[in-house]
Design a protein around this ligand. Structure first.
Ligand SMILES: *[C@@H]1O[C@H](CO)[C@@H](O)[C@H](O)[C@H]1NC(C)=O
Length: 449
């Protein structure tokens, strides 16, 4: 304790910032000096789960809730005159909305907060959402704003003034698309936007920002139309459901994209009676068309399956240098021939797993099914480097590797990484085959176990 006590105040405050407020307040019991220090802590995390353990009896809970709220009031009152940089409020049991408003208002009034992280879930059968205070959108110091879990972000009457805001995170909150569009246009410094399972109050959504560089979007609820107008975008991550339409997709400066459609609507795609989903996927090409200049693209299994629904309208990816494909046993490679044909300058192909669902439309890429024009779409592909991950050492995979070596005309390097805890790849027969492949082809083939 002595050695700790000798530390300067700034260092102690820094240490206290890593504790939740309750722990920090408990340390203040230790010494008078520490008690005063809690007032200077630059980061406050108020988390009611630390206070209110669900196991405790109902009768006690009301009293604990009350004492928790009084505790927060006291901490904030103690702190009022000091600058606060970061404030996290995680409340999952407090129902007193006026109290919550008061805390947020107190913190914003300091004129120093750069990071605000609010997660407020009103426990109720009726799924009542906490109405966020409009004050949160009028703060000249805020750099990062994260709003999550059951908050209703109604902006109608709010004046938006967030000149410094760089990062906006919305997770499972209710938002009206029109207001959201107005909000984005009022954020001149916004660079990073995260939208996860947002509950849109309308089915047409426009994400439009001239400054955003990183966009992460998880579509958790069905959308009729999703437009993304982000000319400065560099990194794009999309997961979740496919929207029925993508009227505008503007991201001409994109450097990398990862597309991970979730399976819900793709399960029986391609089955004769599934016209509805086939229709839903008929506009997916518009999303890819908007990304056609991207140099690095990563596709997850369901995306590949979904792409097969629009092989004919797939754009040419003229700038694509590296393509990563994740496979699994339930999804097919039907889109692969068209995809490889449409990447005329591809240099690196990364396959996370070779094992895929064999369908009669896999085409000539995998060599699973013998056909007359064997490997035609590979012969036109200039890929130089291949990485194969999750290699299991089966003869089927060996045949695919041979197929790639035979038909990719420019292949110089192939790196094969065995799956974790491999048994088969150590097999003598497999090792001998790799030796042989190396001798027979002009490509350097390496197996990493
Ligand atoms: C892709 O989406 C699925 C389903 O939502 C999820 O389980 C998986 O972790 C995601 N993968 C990546 C790489 O984001």
């Amino acid at each position: 304790m002595d050695r700790v006590s000798n530390l300067p105040d700034e260092v102690l405050c820094h240490i206290l910032s890593f504790l939740t407020t309750k722990e920090a307040a408990l340390t203040s019991i230790l010494a008078k000096r520490w008690r005063n220090l809690v007032a200077f802590v630059p980061c406050l995390t108020i988390d009611d789960t630390v206070f209110l353990h669900p196991k405790e009896g109902k009768r006690d809970r009301q009293a604990i809730k009350q004492s928790f709220m009084n505790f927060v009031d006291r901490i904030l009152a103690l702190q009022i005159k000091f600058p606060l940089k970061r404030f996290s409020l995680n409340c999952f049991t407090v129902v007193d909305m006026d109290r919550l408003d008061g805390w947020i208002g107190n913190v914003l009034a300091r004129g120093s907060v750069s990071d605000l992280d609010l997660q407020i879930l009103i426990p109720s059968d009726k799924c009542v959402f906490y109405q966020l205070s409009p004050k949160c959108f009028e703060c000249s110091t805020l750099v990062s704003l994260s709003i999550g879990s059951g908050i209703d972000v109604t902006l109608a009457a709010a004046r938006v003034f967030l000149p410094m805001l760089k990062t906006l995170v919305l997770v499972w909150v209710k938002v009206c698309p029109d207001e959201f569009e107005t909000l984005l246009h009022a954020l001149p410094s916004l660079e990073e936007l995260v939208l996860v399972r947002v509950i849109w109050k309308d089915r047409d959504v426009i994400v439009s920002s001239a400054s955003v560089k990183t966009l992460t979007i998880y579509v958790g609820f069905w959308l009729f139309a999703l437009s993304i107008d982000t000319p400065s975008l560099v990194h794009f991550e999309y997961s979740g459901l496919v929207a029925s339409d993508y009227p505008v997709v503007n991201m001409g400066n994109l450097v990398d994209a990862q597309i991970n459609f979730s399976e819900i609507h793709i399960k029986s795609l391609g089955e004769p009676d599934n016209d509805e989903d086939a229709l839903r996927f008929s506009n997916v090409w518009k999303l890819f068309h908007g990304m056609r200049n991207v140099p690095h693209l990563s596709l997850l299994p369901d995306t590949l399956e979904g792409l097969s629904m629009c092989s004919e309208s797939m754009p040419v990816f003229n700038n694509l240098k590296s393509l990563a494909i994740k496979s699994n046993t339930e999804r097919g490679w039907q889109a692969m021939p068209a995809l490889l044909r449409n990447c005329p300058h591809l240099e690196t192909l990364v396959l996370q797993g070779l094992v895929h669902c064999v369908t009669d439309k896999c085409g000539d890429v995998s060599g699973c099914i013998s056909r007359e024009e064997k490997g035609l779409s590979l012969k036109l592909c200039p890929v130089k480097v291949m990485e194969i991950h999750g290699f299991q050492g089966t003869m089927k995979e060996m045949a695919m590797i041979k197929h790639f070596l035979d038909y990719f005309p420019c292949l110089k390097e192939m790196e094969v990484y065995a799956e974790e805890n491999p048994t088969r790849p150590r097999n003598q027969r497999v090792l001998k085959m790799f030796e042989l492949y190396n001798k027979l082809s002009s490509c350097n083939v390496q197996l990493f176990i």
